[in-house]
Design a protein around this ligand. Structure first.
Ligand SMILES: [Zn+2]
Length: 180
């Protein structure tokens, strides 16, 4: 798998024309070995920083919790319960909140599993933070942007799974659990 990705492919970067501070035109320039959009008037630098996304590996009786995506990107595909980290929110709390909203289940976050950056979301480059979690309560019921919420046997995963980072996280998690 590629270790890098190309932010120039991001539509929202290419579509930016004006400075959010002073409304003068932005121009693309080299800055500290990165090409960046910089304001021609006030020198404001638009940093194309990735957005943080959390996802959760909630395992129960050898099965892993997935949600069916109701909206694009990845509409009609399966993925781990996931969502954007909001400003002011701790990543573990954000992860547990997304599980509750999308699946109805309460979880206790038990650890950080992995992180991975991708450009597969057309809205923004993202860095995913994957947590492991234990189900502590609630009733399984799809909600928010999930059309379904289902535990799948780790030997019989749903298809297709959206997002390269989720596919990688699920694959390595299952490989590790098989090795014990
Ligand atoms: Zn400006």
């Amino acid at each position: 798998m590629d270790d890098t990705y190309d932010i120039d492919a991001q539509a929202n970067y290419e579509g930016l024309k004006f400075c959010p501070r002073c409304a003068a035109e932005l121009e693309e320039r080299e800055s500290r070995s990165h090409r960046r959009l910089i304001c021609t008037n006030c020198s404001y630098i638009f940093y194309m920083a990735p957005a943080a996304v959390t996802c959760v590996l909630a395992e129960q009786d050898g099965k892993l919790l997935f949600v069916l995506r109701r909206y694009e990107p990845g509409k009609g595909k399966w993925c781990l319960p996931a969502g954007f980290l909001e400003a002011g929110e701790q990543p573990d709390a954000s992860a547990a909140r997304e599980v509750k909203e999308e699946t109805g289940l309460d979880v206790e976050i038990t650890g950080i599993y992995d992180t991975w950056a991708t450009d597969e979301d057309p809205r923004t480059p993202v860095v995913s933070i994957a947590f492991t979690a234990r189900v502590t309560g609630g009733e399984l019921a799809a909600g928010d942007d999930a059309a379904a919420a289902v535990f799948f046997d780790m030997g019989d995963l749903p298809e297709p799974i959206a997002f390269a980072d989720h596919r990688r996280i699920v694959r390595t998690y299952i490989e590790k659990s098989r090795r014990g």
